[in-house]
Design a protein around this ligand. Sequence first.
Ligand SMILES: Cc1cc2nc3c(=O)[nH]c(=O)nc-3n(C[C@H](O)[C@H](O)[C@H](O)COP(=O)(O)OP(=O)(O)OC[C@H]3O[C@@H](n4cnc5c(N)ncnc54)[C@H](O)[C@@H]3O)c2cc1C
Length: 386
Amino acid sequence: MSASNLIRRRSVYDVAMKVAVIGSGISGAVCASTLAKNGVSVTIFDSARGPGGRMSQRREVGEDGKELTFDHGAPFFCVTNPDAISLVHEWESIGFVSQWKQVFGSFDSASNKFLGFQQEEDHTNNNKKYVGVPGMNSISKALCNHSGVESMFGTGIAKMEWLEEDIPWLLKDSKGQNLGRFHGVVASDKNIVSPRFTQLTGLPPPLDLSLVPELATTKLQDIPVLPCFSLMLAFKEPLSLMPAKGLSFKNSEILSWAHCDSTKPGRSTDSDRWILHSTPGYASSVIAKTGLQKLSSETLNQIAEEMFKEFQCSGLVNSLPFFMKAHRWGSAFPAKSIAVEERCLWDRNRNLAICGDFCVSPNVEGAILSGLAAASKLLQASSCRL
Ligand SMILES: Cc1cc2nc3c(=O)[nH]c(=O)nc-3n(C[C@H](O)[C@H](O)[C@H](O)COP(=O)(O)OP(=O)(O)OC[C@H]3O[C@@H](n4cnc5c(N)ncnc54)[C@H](O)[C@@H]3O)c2cc1C
C-alpha cells in the first residue's frame, strides 16, 4: 500500500509512535511530513544549520551589503512518477513550489555554438522544471514545519544505540549527549554506515551494521559518489548576449551546467545571479589533489577562476561579476542506486528505514519516492503495533 493511500485510511488518533528522521533533505522531509500527517510524532535531526540538504540555498552578502541568494545545489527538478507528481502538485497549490519557465539551451564548447533550445512553451508534462519558492530549500522548510514534526538543526547524530526496551532506539550526538528515545528511525544519508563519516568527523559511523544484519549485505557502506563544484556569480546587469537562462554544456572538461538563478520565480532581481556546475571529472581531479579536507580560500579562488574562464570562453559573458565564490559538493550524486524496486532499505526487526536518492535514482524525484517508501514502511509497522 502506498504512503498516500495510508494517509487517507488512517485516523490521526490511532498511532502512538515516535520516530526520528535523520536528515532534512527532501527524502527525510517528505518522509517526516508523511508520517506526521498520519499522527506519528516525528523529530528531524540535521547536522546542517537549516533544512534542504543538497536542495539548500546559500545566503551571501555582496560588497554593497545586500543579501545574495543562490540555489547552489539542485537548480530544479522534474517528476514523472504519479505519486511524485501528485505531491508536487499539492506543494504547487500551497505555493512553495512553482514551475520555472525559461529558455534552456544545449551549448557545444567545441564549436562554441548552441546545439538546440527548449523554448518556454515547450515546458509540458515530463519537461516541466520545478523549483522551490522562494528557494530550493523552501520545500524541506515547509515540510519540516508540518504540525507533528519537531526539527533540530545543527544536531548531528553520531550514535544510534539499540536497547532491548519498549522504546528501543537511543540517539546521541558527537559529545555523547542523549537526544531522545524512539520506536523507529529513518536515516536519509548513507553516511550513517559509511567510512566517509569517519573521514569527515574522525568518529566511527553512527550505525553499527551488526545490529541490522538484514541490511549489512546491501553494500550501503561503499556506494560510489560523484563530486561537483558550484560557482556562484553575481553580475550588476543581465548578461545581454546570453540567449538562454539555463545551459547544459557538451564537450567541456570543466563545465556541465550554468543557469541564471535570479530568473526563478520568487527570487530577488536586484542582480543577475548565475550558478555554474563543474563536470564530475573536473571535481574528481581537484579532489584527487586536495583530499576531502576543508579547502583553503586560495584553492577555492583558483577553482572559481578556472570555471569562470571556461564560462567566458563561450563568448556569451560580456561583463565581470561583482561576486564570485566556489563551493565543493563532495558527494553531489550517488553513482549507483541500491533499492530501485523497494525504494528504501527496511529492517522490520529494528523499525529502521534507510532512504535517499541513492536508493532509487540520483535526483530529487528519486529522493521523494524513497522518502515516501520509508514512511510507508514505518506506517505499516505502526499499524502492526496496534
Ligand atoms: C550540484 C548539484 C546539482 C544537482 N542537480 C540536480 C538536478 O538538476 N535535478 C535533480 O533532480 N537533482 C539534482 N541534484 C541531486 C539532488 O539534489 C539530490 O538527489 C537530492 O536533493 C537528494 O536528497 P536526499 O534527501 O536523498 O539527500 P540530502 O539532500 O543529501 O539530505 C541528507 C541530509 O542528511 C543530513 N545528515 C547526514 N548525516 C547526518 C547525521 N549523522 N546527523 C544529522 N543529519 C545528517 C545532511 O546534512 C543532509 O541535510 C543535484 C545535486 C547537486 C549537489
